[in-house]
Design a protein around this ligand. Structure first.
Ligand SMILES: *Cc1c(COP(=O)(O)O)cnc(C)c1O
Length: 377
């Protein structure tokens, strides 16, 4: 594995745009993850959730790669993301805005051919009014709240929505959808409750295609699949559910350079607040990434990085731009200025670091900063 790292020596590192961290994004692995989900879903189709810059990996690169794999449905969260992505994709790719529109964005959205997900009667009315104003029929998706209380038509708006649909309102509904709150927990009863709620909605609003499953939902079984799945995290190599071995292929790896090494005696304070005090003579290295690069402060005195498979614990608090690690486990002089250590890679998965940081893989991915040299392959 280490053998195929394109960046593995300090002198190679130095010539790359002044960056001190190297984020590798494996687009081939992304494509294989998409195809794996497709094979589980067939004949159901899979879109791709590329919100938040494709979970930090680069929405344009990711979406173009998946388009090449046959993906034609791309979901972003906010209209601004659709504005950025629309010119990069061919016209037969549809872009859906999960949060729907803020008032005032309707005409721009219609003109760009972007499809809003309507979550409420308020959004419905605005979109319908825009359609009548343009004397056109405009496409939309309807999202229903089936128990998450976040986005989507609440139960009390369904009757009025049904009436509005009978009137048409110049809106063409492409499909209806809902989102699972606990799809990453296979045994969670909320999944079944939401599925039942969606079945009721499908009866009340007959004739529409259904989109239901996110990554976790794909793995909950066929009844959750609808006709169009909306995976995000699984495409990017994150585990679709919490309990089982991750079936997806890693897409991201991250190596960070050493800035300085030192040996300190027992009783030495390390980092802000002197929060860590060495218990013995310790060799330390400071690496050039911190919480501003998306490595959370909660990793302080908890997380680790790796060097050739050897665990190097984080000592003291995580700084904005650096982290200090204990390298006593390595033979002296192994790490020097410019050496690279593994933050994400064969020895430390997204889930590992998320667990140590007391968060989820999604937050780690979307937080990865823009000071890394990004290498797509
Ligand atoms: C983010 C999101 C997804 C993707 O979820 P993953 O768990 O990353 O697969 C799907 N649908 C909606 C509505 C979302 O907000």
């Amino acid at each position: 594995m280490d053998g195929d790292l394109l960046v593995s020596h300090a002198h190679t590192a130095a010539i790359m745009e002044g960056a001190t961290g190297y984020l590798k994004i494996d687009l081939a692995a992304l494509g294989r993850n998409y195809r794996k989900l497709l094979s589980m879903l067939a004949p159901v189709r899979a879109g791709a959730v590329v919100k938040a810059d494709a979970y930090g990996l680069g929405a344009v690169r990711v979406a173009k790669t998946l388009y090449g794999q046959g993906c034609r449905h791309f979901f972003v969260a906010q209209f601004v993301e659709a504005v950025r992505l629309r010119p990069a994709l061919a016209q037969d790719a549809q872009i859906f805005v999960l949060n729907g529109l803020q008032p005032g964005n309707e005409i721009a959205c219609a003109e760009m051919g972007v499809v809003p997900v309507l979550n409420s009667l308020a959004q419905w009315r605005q979109w319908s009014a825009a359609a009548r104003g343009l004397k056109r029929c405009l496409p939309a998706v309807l999202q229903f709240d089936t128990g998450m209380s976040r986005l989507g038509f609440p139960p009390e708006e369904r009757a009025e929505l049904a009436a509005a649909l009978r009137d048409g309102g110049n809106v063409e509904i492409l499909f209806i959808m809902s989102h699972l709150a606990s799809a990453d927990e296979v045994g969670c009863e909320q999944n079944g409750e939401q599925l039942a709620e969606m079945a009721g909605i499908a009866e009340a609003f007959p004739g529409f295609d259904i989109s239901f499953a996110n990554s976790g939902g794909v793995f909950l079984g066929e009844v959750y699949h609808g006709v169009l799945a909306r995976p995000g995290i699984a495409l990017y190599g994150g585990a679709p559910n919490a309990d089982e071995k991750n079936p997806m292929e890693p897409v991201v790896s991250l190596d960070v350079a050493v800035v300085q090494t030192r040996t300190v005696p027992s009783g030495t304070k390390v980092g802000y607040g002197g929060a860590h005090v060495t218990q013995r003579e310790t060799r330390l290295a400071t690496i050039a990434a911190g919480y501003a690069d998306g490595l959370p402060r909660s990793l302080g005195d908890r997380g680790a990085v790796f060097y050739q498979g050897i665990r190097l614990p984080i000592v003291g608090r995580v700084s904005m731009d650096s982290i200090t690690i204990d390298i006593s486990a390595l033979p002296e002089s192994t790490l020097t200025l410019g050496s690279l250590v593994e933050v994400l890679g064969p020895h430390q998965t997204l889930e590992d670091i998320a667990r140590d940081a007391d968060t989820i893989s999604y937050e780690i991915l979307t937080g990865l900063g823009d000071r890394y040299h990004r290498q797509y392959r």
